[in-house]
Design a protein around this ligand. Structure first.
Ligand code: TRP
Ligand code: ZN
Length: 889
């Protein structure tokens, strides 16, 4: 907890460290009521900084938090209290030589650590989470990523309780001690920053496999879990092997140790962590089998396993110089895992999912009080900057480089980057420089994507000259002001596009100044505030297909009419843009309904929307997963994001009205599709395969529409799906649509049966909480408050917090934004409670309240009132303080 006013840290103040740590030798003695940590640090003056302040050695300032110092010695000389200075965050002392060995012993209390940062206990096991600045809660250290060291770690613990003792690198030796204890020593041959350190001790079982690398080395693969979960590891193991192969094939990157381990823990602040050789995962990102995890959960496991594995190169071998460079590893690694998922599954579906997510959540972040560039230039608490902007927008920035350079040029760039910087801690500029040098290009203007925050707008207008057969597109870019950035310079915006002739065929593209046409799909670069591109030899007025594949993270607008969108839905050769045309059509129709609702007019659905969806449903040539995506109306959160002032009641009413009208208009084809797919699901055993996933997703969206009819035959079908299926994908959707239906008795019975059956599986109970937290029917807050008292709920487990509180505040907009402010008060109460337990989780749960500017005046007042109440509630963690104070500024 904070004792002084938290202070801002600036990128412009970066200085290389005064000292380096060549070797780090750690010893942990783990006990039930405390842990002893001994650290021996082999240190020297940083040669890079020797020329400064010649002669005198600078003081050594080590990070350290919540440590009880037991002893300290410099080159074997014990230090007395007067030889060093200690405060809440650091330990300073004066070295006498340029090279020295520092020994320290501290006592810490993992058993009381509810923040889940540093060394802590998750259930019966010990584990660590050091990124970003958790290592300083383990021992005194230079806890910054540009200090890279060779680690050896010895841990000792009770042999019965903790038969498995793990750390980074390769196992070196093990042994027994008196008193029923044992120990193990691990050695990591690769230099690494402290944030990649990890240790685990517990009663764990493991699933073992092996991988032969491209060059013929054998790597042992192990996934460690608590015994009851040993049957849920195969999917993660398969995903790991696919990731290892893919990184060799696509990036030429081989794994570098003899062993790769994953450990699943139940209490974890994020998805997973890429500690060298010893990844620690939230159990929700590892465990998956048909009966307990949905298709989406299986795909999330595959993506996160890949993400953490890929960090071995993009993050570990080449790491970040400082935390402002976080997107260097995260944006790049998200891009890598997204491409992996696209290659393993359906590329278009993956892109659609990612773009819908980015537009809803990252665009909202960019428009809110915490908006920051992909490479932030200041922060109070780095944990607050593990954001959608750093991760998802950062990935889009890397994707744009890929688009601009092409796959081959991009690969040349990454080869150079890895070769040039292996073993180093570097910056986003170094990454871009490698791309430039490998390709002989200048990306100076492009780099504004790293430094300017906010979502650019790109307005496009057309002009067709029949006589001259010239078609011009004029692009106007602008970017709204964001905190600290009133004005922006033009970005480099790659726009992938094509032109469709009146029959829907692609036209060859010849730009003014070109001798001949080159292809029918190209990438143009918009680099100025206003810029016109003219296409020649255009025989008739075409329809443009713009920003194909979402080639840049911008808000594009073009004055499409609804008939034109329907035309694009049918004819565009780009699958992503076919979906996007459906989205834009839905948005136009829904916005009209929202306005009508606000005026108090009767709602009438434009029949073109159901008709367009009818042809999509009838088109057997389409991937069923894409049909499902096109049938899914834009979410309420997205509709709120694109509103000037979000009227949540109108949004909900309009969207529900449209869903019902579509369900009615398409009842027959939806039912036919539902029955056919359901029959197929019953005929074949569940497998995580693209065709099956697609079939189930269409089956489930059809069911969710059909249930709106409240017909007895559909209730029966829903109950049958709920009861008679071999997988969670079918079961959970059946439960979710039942929960949102008016059939109170069936709903209550199903919820009870589900909880009884799965009460011992915390991950399934998370889904049970979420399904209820997301229920938009009246009384949502009271239902959530009652669930807080359920024996399976606890504020101490982040997954439970996300499943109940997070799902309520983020996915149940009508109930959360109740006009009397009770939803806001509830969330603020939880944030205040969480602030004392787990600041990172408290700060994340706060997000919906920070978006107060989006709502009407009355709600703004209520939301601000709650933020002020949080601020006044006592000493706040730096995490919560930063978010609350910035959102009130
Ligand atoms: N580097 C992790 C990732 O793969 C992020 C992470 C895991 C993290 N645990 C954390 C970040 C705790 C901050 C705090 O993306
Ligand atoms: Zn990551």
């Amino acid at each position: 907890m904070r004792t002084e006013q938290p202070k801002m840290i600036y990128l412009k103040d970066y200085q290389a460290p005064d000292y380096l740590i060549d070797e780090t030798h750690l010893t942990f003695e783990l006990f039930e009521d405390h842990t002893l940590v001994h650290a021996q640090l082999v240190m020297r003056r940083n040669p890079e900084r020797v020329h400064e302040a010649a002669g005198a050695l600078p003081p050594l300032v080590l990070h350290g938090q919540e440590l009880e110092l037991l002893s300290l010695s410099l080159d074997d000389q014990a230090l007395e209290a007067g030889d060093y200075r200690l405060d809440d965050n650091q330990l300073s002392l004066q070295p006498r030589q340029a090279r020295f060995v520092l020994d320290s012993s501290v006592r810490i209390h993992p058993e009381r650590n509810t923040a889940l940062e540093g060394l802590y206990k998750s259930g019966k096991m010990f584990c660590t989470q050091c990124e970003a600045e958790g290592f300083r809660k383990i021992t005194y250290y230079l806890d910054r990523p540009d200090v890279m060291s060779r680690f050896t770690t010895t841990l000792s613990a009770d042999k019965q309780r903790y038969p498995v003792l793990l750390s980074n690198g390769n196992p070196l030796a093990t042994g027994s001690e008196e008193g029923g204890r044992h120990w193990a020593t691990w050695e990591d041959p690769f230099k690494k920053p402290a944030y990649l350190f990890a240790l685990v001790a517990g009663d764990l079982w493991c699933v073992e496999d092996a991988f032969r690398t491209h060059s013929g080395r054998d790597v042992a693969l192990r996934i460690y879990v608590e015994p009851e979960n040993i049957d849920k590891c195969q999917h993660a193991m398969d995903s790991l092997k696919k990731s290892m192969r893919w990184d060799e094939e696509v990036y030429g990157r081989e794994y570098d140790l003899d062993i790769f381990m994953i450990v699943a823990v139940n209490d974890f602040n994020m998805g997973a962590m890429e500690n060298k050789g010893l990844n620690i995962f939230n159990s929700s990102a590892v465990l998956a089998k048909a009966e307990t995890a949905t298709d989406a959960a299986h795909q999330r496991v595959e993506a996160i396993v890949a993400h953490e594995y890929f960090h071995n190169w993009s993050g570990n071998r080449v790491t970040c110089r400082d935390w402002f460079q976080l997107s260097l590893k995260e944006g790049f690694t998200v891009f890598r895992d997204a491409e992996f998922s696209a290659d393993m599954n359906s590329r278009t579906v993956k892109r659609v999912e990612d773009v819908a997510y980015l537009r809803t959540h990252q665009f909202a972040e960019d428009a809110g009080p915490m908006a920051h560039p992909v490479r932030p230039d200041a922060f109070i608490e780095i944990s607050n900057f593990y954001t959608l902007t750093v991760y998802e927008k950062g990935s889009e920035v890397v994707r744009m480089i890929h688009t601009l350079l092409g796959a081959e040029g991009f690969r040349k760039g990454t080869d150079l980057y890895f070769e040039r910087h292996d073993g180093q801690a570097v910056t986003c500029d170094d990454f871009v420089k490698a791309m430039e040098d490998a390709n002989g290009v200048d990306l100076t203007q492009f780099k504004r994507w790293y430094s300017q925050s906010g979502t650019p707008r790109l307005e496009v207008n057309e002009r067709y000259d029949t006589e001259a057969r010239r078609y011009s597109l004029t692009f106007r870019q602008s970017c709204p002001a964001t905190p600290g950035q009133p004005q922006k310079q033009p970005f480099v915006i790659p726009v992938e596009l094509g032109l469709l002739d009146p029959a829907g065929h692609p036209l060859p593209l010849r730009l003014e100044g070109e001798a001949t046409a080159a292809g029918s799909n190209r990438v143009i670069q918009v680099t100025e505030a206003e810029q016109t591109f003219t296409f020649l030899d255009v025989p008739a007025k075409p329809l443009p297909s713009l920003l194909r594949g979402f080639s840049a993270p911008v808000k594009l607008s073009f004055p499409y009419g609804r008939d034109q969108l329907m035309f694009l839905m049918q004819h565009d050769s780009d699958g992503f843009n076919r979906w996007d045309a459906a989205q834009q059509l839905s948005v136009q129709v829904l916005q009209e309904l929202i306005e009508a609702h606000r005026r108090g007019d009767a709602l009438v659905l434009d029949p073109r929307l159901p008709e367009a969806l009818r042809s999509v449903l009838a088109d057997d040539s389409l991937d069923q997963a894409m049909v499902a995506e096109m049938l899914s109306l834009p979410g309420e959160a997205y509709l709120a994001e694109i509103s000037e002032v979000a009227d949540v009641e109108a949004i909900h009413a309009a969207r529900e009205f449209a869903r019902r009208a579509i369900a009615e208009a398409l009842y027959e084809p939806l039912l036919a599709r539902y029955r056919a797919n359901r029959a197929e699901s019953q005929r074949v055993a569940y497998a995580v395969q693209a065709d099956q996933i697609a079939r189930r997703s269409l089956q489930n969206i059809a069911l969710s529409y059909l249930m709106l009819s409240a017909r007895p035959e559909i209730l029966e079908a829903c109950l049958d799906q709920y009861q008679h299926c071999d997988n969670m994908t079918e079961r959970l959707t059946a439960l979710a649509v039942l929960v949102q239906s008016p059939f109170e008795d069936d709903k209550a019975r199903a919820l009870e049966a589900f909880a009884e059956h799965f009460k011992d599986n915390p991950l399934v109970m998370d889904q049970w909480f979420s399904v209820q937290a997301g229920n938009p029917l009246p009384g949502g807050l009271e239902r959530v408050q009652a669930l807080m008292g359920h024996p399976a709920f606890t504020l101490k487990n982040p997954n439970k917090v996300r499943a109940l509180i997070g799902a309520f505040a983020n996915q149940n907009l009508v109930n959360f934004h109740r006009a009397d402010g009770a939803g806001y008060r509830f969330l603020a109460d939880q944030v205040i409670a969480l602030n004392a337990l787990n600041p990172q989780i408290a700060s994340r749960q706060l997000t919906p309240l920070t978006r107060w500017r989006k709502y009407d005046e009355a709600r703004q007042g209520l939301m601000r009132g709650e933020l002020e109440r949080i601020l006044a509630s006592g000493p706040l963690s730096s995490d919560v303080y930063e978010v609350v104070s910035k959102s009130l500024a």
